[in-house]
Design a protein around this ligand. Structure first.
Ligand code: NPG
Length: 375
């Protein structure tokens, strides 16, 4: 994205925490989510405004970041830097660089600045990021269930709705048998698994038992710091290894690819510090011939809208976790994203994130609001 924009002249930043119930509990190897506790960033800047969503969860179980800490670091360390003088969205990451880590918090701010800037320019996220499609095929992530029959029912429901690929969450004790059962029942559907770091390299032979099921990929089997161990694992299992938690930047992605730790990358803007770094990871992967897909973090419509734009870039050749809003929420904070019968979702075309933000719904769900002004 070229840096020709004028800085965003911010008058106020609202930090709004909302509680949004999930339609059903979502269980992974790191815990069970029953509702989202989301930090929304709302930038007010004269004739424009911008929205960003922080993907940090309520507890530090998926990543070390968590929502209350994200809010604190935004208040105490990020906003004071960002409001010192007007900056463009492209300058946000550089201004925040002295603060280490906290990528999800930084990503939410950059997204809000980018949304404000693009609304002002009447350009969409899709245009700005370089999207080449107006619809993206959608996959769905299926949590760990109490039993295999329950899992098969859930998968059948998603297949009926039209999801083009199924991802099963796995952990030790819930891997080979559920995958076998889904393969037996649904045949040759696009199927992949996600371990969220639940295994060790000692499990290599066990994970190789998944090879017989022709999975698209196995996602993040080992702890996030263990990139080299993934390279070793990739020499034992035939199923392609995809990294998620490990890929926190384009530099890490480049090293992981060079080490042959993964042949596929899940791109999550929040995990990588923002949509601009996410596009750099995309560009790098395209350059190295590595397929990418867009991950999800149970985003509300605000984050989901921007993810759909990202998922429309040319290198996103695998269906992502960009499911429809009703997969997670009965009522969303934006107009809902709907899955078409062909399993695709439309990429928003309006200015900025391109979807109507329902302030009345947000206010109804808000548990706290803080307003910060420059100076
Ligand atoms: O569709 O938004 C979605 C969820 C997809 O499984 C999904 N996300 O590990 O990728 C993941 C997982 C996740 C859920 C991560 C919650 C963090 C929190």
């Amino acid at each position: 994205m070229e840096n020709v924009a004028a800085p965003v002249a911010v008058e106020a930043v609202e930090l709004i925490r909302i509680h949004l119930p999930l339609v059903a509990p979502f269980r992974t190897s790191f815990g069970t989510e029953t509702r989202r506790d989301v930090l929304l960033v709302h930038v007010l800047a004269g004739d424009t405004e911008g929205w960003g969503e922080c993907v940090a969860m309520q507890e530090p179980l998926y990543s070390s970041e968590y929502v209350a800490a994200a809010q604190r670091v935004v208040m105490d360390h990020l906003l004071p830097r960002l409001l010192a003088e007007p900056v463009t969205a492209q300058q946000v990451a550089r201004v925040l660089e002295p603060v280490r880590g906290h990528r999800m918090a930084k990503a939410a701010l950059e997204a809000a600045w980018l949304d404000a800037q693009l609304r002002r320019e009447n350009r969409s996220f899709a245009q700005a990021l370089g999207a080449v499609r107006d619809r993206v095929p959608s996959g769905v992530s299926v949590g760990i269930m109490a039993s295999i029959p329950e899992l098969l029912d859930a998968v059948a429901g998603y297949r009926e709705q039209g999801y083009v690929r199924i991802k099963l969450k796995i952990e030790p004790g819930w891997d080979v048998e559920p995958v076998r059962a889904v393969r037996e029942r649904f045949g040759d559907i696009p199927l992949q698994v996600d371990a969220n770091t639940a295994y060790t390299l000692d499990d290599a032979q066990h994970l190789a038992r998944l090879d017989e099921f022709g999975l698209l990929l196995i996602e993040q089997p080992l702890p996030e710091e263990q990139v080299l161990a993934h390279a070793k694992l990739a020499r034992t299992v035939r199923t392609p290894i995809c990294l998620d938690e490990s890929i926190v930047s384009a530099v890490v992605a480049a090293e992981a690819i060079e080490m042959q730790a993964c042949s596929i990358v899940n791109i999550k803007p929040g995990r990588a510090g923002g949509y601009l770094e996410a596009t750099r990871i995309h560009d790098l992967c395209v350059d190295r011939g590595v397929a990418v897909w867009c991950g999800g973090m149970l985003e509300t419509g605000i984050g989901r809208a921007a993810n759909l734009a990202l998922a429309a870039l040319p290198g996103f050749t695998l269906p992502g976790d960009t499911s429809a809003s009703d997969r997670y929420f009965r009522e969303d904070v934006t107009a809902p994203f709907v899955l078409a019968r062909d399993g695709t979702i439309a990429v928003p075309t309006g200015a900025g994130i391109g979807v109507e933000v329902r302030r009345d719904v947000i206010d109804g769900l808000a548990t706290s609001t803080e307003t910060v002004r420059p100076g």
